[in-house]
Design a protein. Structure first.
Length: 279
């Protein structure tokens, strides 16, 4: 990021006086556009993530540039085949050059980075997001703004990866390399799924959701599934003045050996023991 220090200073200056930013100023649009171009190419990223996806450092100024881009762009109508779009941001393109497979009805906004050999089934990827190489974004899955998805990840059908744009210093959702996220799971508001982790179907993971070790009953974190673990949807009783209620939690039912991979059949068997399926 050091080589882009001048660009960072310009963006931070514009952000500090955002109310006076002239939306018709071509110089400002060019400066902000440079950042979006670099995001789209994968040169810049919204957040730096360590190998295990346990540590996240947000590049606030890159998120500021995204928000400024919405401010300086005007709504335009785009026609692609029989489809009409009306938006401030263009769609991503040049997939063949990038080596990405994109199935009809999949779309991504310009400013999202999709790495080589990734596959987008009918799905949606928002600006600022990063999808790693050989990752599958399955049917009707969504990858929200600024989410950081690692390499060789499988986001199953209907998975919802939440977007985090504001405030600029808010941490995005992170899914580590080689993770598997089951159908209809929702990972939101800066939650983290560690490298190699398996998340069962229907899991809801956010920063306030307890992650509990099934063997000890101890809460190991909030909003973070550890690397190389298997997590499923669960609930626990809590007493309130108005009565006793079940609140959602995530249960760790197995610890994997580092580097251990499972076929879908093995995962089905593992989850079936808990009364679940991949969906």
């Amino acid at each position: 990021m050091i080589m882009y220090e001048d660009l960072k200073i310009e963006i931070e200056s514009l952000w500090g006086d955002i109310e006076r930013v002239n939306t018709s100023d071509e110089t400002i649009a060019k400066t902000v556009g440079q950042v979006i171009d670099l995001l789209d190419q994968g040169v810049l990223r919204v957040a730096e993530v360590n190998d295990d996806a346990t540590s996240v450092i947000v590049n606030d100024w890159v998120k500021q540039a995204i928000l400024l881009w919405f401010r300086v762009n005007q709504i335009e109508v785009t026609e692609i085949g029989p489809f009409e779009y009306r938006d401030k941001l263009p769609l991503k393109s040049s997939y063949e050059k990038a080596g990405v497979r994109v199935v009809p009805m999949a779309s991504a906004r310009y400013g999202a980075f999709i790495d080589k050999n990734a596959v987008l089934m009918p799905s949606y990827v928002n600006i600022g997001a990063r999808v790693g190489s050989e990752t599958m974004v399955d049917t009707w899955a969504t990858v929200g703004s600024c989410a950081q998805i690692g390499n060789r990840v499988h986001l199953s059908g209907g998975v919802g990866i939440g977007g985090v744009l504001e405030p600029p210093n808010a941490k995005p959702v992170v899914i580590g390399d080689e993770a598997f996220v089951g159908s209809r799971a929702m990972i939101v508001e800066g939650a983290i799924v560690g490298k190699g982790a398996v998340v069962g179907p229907g899991v809801i993971l956010g920063p306030s959701i307890p992650v509990i070790d099934a063997e000890t009953g101890e809460e190991v974190s909030r909003g973070k599934v550890p690397p190389w673990s298997v997590a499923v949807n669960a609930s626990r009783l809590r007493e309130f003045p108005g009565g006793t209620f079940y609140l959602p939690c995530v249960l760790l039912i197995k610890r994997l050996k580092e580097g251990e991979r499972h076929s879908k059949t093995q995962l089905e068997s593992m989850l079936r023991d808990q009364g679940l399926s991949l969906g």
